[in-house]
Design a protein around this ligand. Structure first.
Ligand code: ATP
Ligand code: MG
Length: 165
């Protein structure tokens, strides 16, 4: 991914996210290659940023560096003024990161997934089922409760993936 400068809204509040000159290489020796080469992003509170690029451009690697999941080789990150690599509480204001949808069982229905994860978290089967139905209702997915997750749209899958147990 090569450097670029996103549009920044003219809001004077301190940035919600400030990432400067992020860099990351993978591999060793001759196989070493730069996945992210100097990405700078600033997002003001309330601003929406679309971060687009072709497959393999380095988007996920950049987001992992922002979320403190991998250490950048260069550059720095601030979330609401804190460095997530040194102060994990910086991530408390990050609601959810939806990267893919691997955390669901594809052949199970949304309700079966929610029941399964509810029971794993110590709920009774009955309680997990009731809770699952109420979560599906609040996401407007009651009509999909019997459809296997693999036949839902990506956005529907993502709603189920973030549904709290
Ligand atoms: N853990 C890793 N080890 C080695 N190479 C990696 C690793 N993770 C990602 N890469 C490589 O880094 C490059 C950027 O990958 P990344 O996952 O950041 O791309 P992306 O922009 O999110 O792509 P996509 O749109 O397909 O999700 C790719 O060439 C990928 O193969
Ligand atoms: Mg990706």
């Amino acid at each position: 991914m090569t450097p670029f400068s996103p549009l920044v809204s003219p809001v004077s509040a301190p940035p919600a996210l400030d990432a400067q000159d992020l860099r990351k290489s993978y591999g060793r020796g001759k196989r070493r290659f730069a996945a992210v080469q100097g990405v700078t992003l600033t997002i003001a509170p309330g601003q929406v940023l679309a971060f687009l690029g072709p497959n393999g451009a380095g988007k996920t690697t950049t987001i992992k560096m922002i979320a403190g999941l991998i250490r950048p080789d260069g550059g720095w990150v601030n979330i609401a003024g804190k460095n997530p690599h040194r102060q994990p509480q910086a991530l408390q204001g990050v609601g959810a990161v939806l990267e893919g949808n691997r955390n669901l069982y594809w052949r199970l229905t949304p309700l079966e997934n929610l029941e399964y994860f509810g029971v794993l978290r110590q709920m009774s089967g009955k309680m997990a089922r009731r809770r699952g139905q109420s979560l599906l209702a609040s996401f407007g997915l009651l009509d999909k409760q019997q459809v296997p997750v693999q036949k839902l749209s990506r956005g529907m899958q993502q709603k189920i993936a973030i549904a709290p147990p």
